[in-house]
Design a protein around this ligand. Structure first.
Ligand code: EPU
Length: 336
């Protein structure tokens, strides 16, 4: 374990917000967890940071930040159809995707290129291009912080939903996820219901393969989303809102061409479109704006403070509410 006192969090969050943290502890191995309990670190203010790709720090952090760096990917079981792979929480998500693509394990190729760590993927049930990680998570393992005991939660117990899980609700702030076990398919089983992905693959004229899918997904991502190594942001800042069918009927009678997808809970709208229609692609305030290719993403062009990003996001929420009567919510975790 490495301990840093009074350190800038800028390199630890993809929004590149320059704020201070009292203490940052890098956790390299599982024995560190026991040590941290003995030192009663979880009795005071703390925050568990994964890749820092889904957080917005709005103040200096007066407490301890725990940054996971544990590594390891192992195959723990195989059947004729499936393979069970256990990955450490500190593994980089995209390295795990690479491992699966190279080994011919199907199920995470549509999620290529997503920043962040394996340990964070169950928390907001990461999803993109027609796939969600909940469809391949077998179990989540970790430490229950209030009592220091280990836990195992099976997929059904994680209460996965769109960008949501028990780790954001009933168990919020109570779990340190040490490992995730994935159940992947050994047989070709492509998810091609995202239209742009299906179209690009068809136009390529190439035979479908795991590397081709992952490559094409990354190409589409790059055309819409900023390169987080160059531009500060945290991917989609907001969740796409879901409204009732009746509400949608009313809305679409006033606004033609509203993008929508029917889901079990109602009609899912494209928050990016609503934000764009409110004129935000033309509105930069200081170093904050939405990304020109994707209004769902808020960008820090240089020296924006976390509170300025928060303020900008609140103005977006208010204008979308005013114009469309629809409430959009932050998807990014706001940490004060
Ligand atoms: N749109 C606009 N203007 C914009 C952005 C989008 O009009 O500025 C409309 C377009 O009509 C587009 C539709 O919105 O067809 C949907 O856009 P897109 O396919 O880019 O997806 P999204 O709903 O904006 C979601 C995820 C992304 C994920 C993509 C692809 C959420 C909150 N975001 O975005 O996830 O990559 O789908 O599957 O669900 C993330 O969570 O950080 C993230 C990037």
């Amino acid at each position: 374990m490495h301990i840093h006192n009074n350190i800038s969090l800028k390199p630890f969050n993809t929004f590149a917000i320059d704020c201070q943290c009292q203490k940052l502890i890098e956790i390299d191995n599982n024995e560190d967890f026991e040590q941290l309990f003995l030192q009663e670190v979880f009795n005071d203010k703390f925050f568990i940071l994964g890749g820092g790709s889904n957080v917005l720090f709005i103040n200096d952090f007066e407490g301890t930040i725990l940054h996971l760096k544990t590594k390891g990917i192992e195959i723990i079981n195989k059947t004729d159809e499936d393979v069970y792979v256990r990955a450490a929480g500190g593994e980089i998500w995209d390295d795990f995707v690479d491992f699966c693509v190279k080994n011919g394990f199907y199920g995470v190729e549509n999620l290529a290129g997503i920043p962040g760590l394996v340990g964070s993927c169950p928390v907001q049930n990461i999803g993109a291009y027609g796939a969600e990680v909940k469809d391949v998570i077998y179990q989540v393992e970790g430490f229950h912080l209030p009592d220091g005991k280990t836990f195992v939660l099976y997929n059904e117990e994680c209460q996965f939903a769109y960008r949501d899980s028990i780790f954001k609700n009933g168990l919020k702030g109570q779990c340190l996820i040490s490992h995730v076990v994935f159940k992947l398919s050994k047989n070709a089983n492509y998810q091609l219901n995202y239209k742009q992905l299906a179209d690009e693959l068809e136009h390529s004229g190439k035979e479908l393969s795991l590397p081709l899918i992952a490559e094409t997904v990354v190409k589409i991502r790059n055309s819409k989303l900023p390169d987080i190594t160059k531009i500060g942001c945290a991917g989609s800042f907001f969740k796409n809102p879901v409204i009732s069918h009746a509400e949608f009927e009313q809305l679409s009678s006033k606004f033609k061409d509203i993008v929508h997808h029917p889901t079990a809970e109602g009609e899912k709208l494209a928050a990016g479109q609503l934000i764009e229609l409110c004129g935000w692609k033309q509105r930069r305030i200081g170093d904050v704006s939405v990304y020109p290719n994707q209004a769902l993403v808020i960008v820090n062009w240089g020296n924006a403070k976390g509170c300025e990003v928060l303020d900008y996001s609140r103005q977006i929420i208010n204008s979308v509410k005013e114009k469309f009567g629809v409430t959009i919510e932050a998807e990014v975790r706001i940490v004060g």
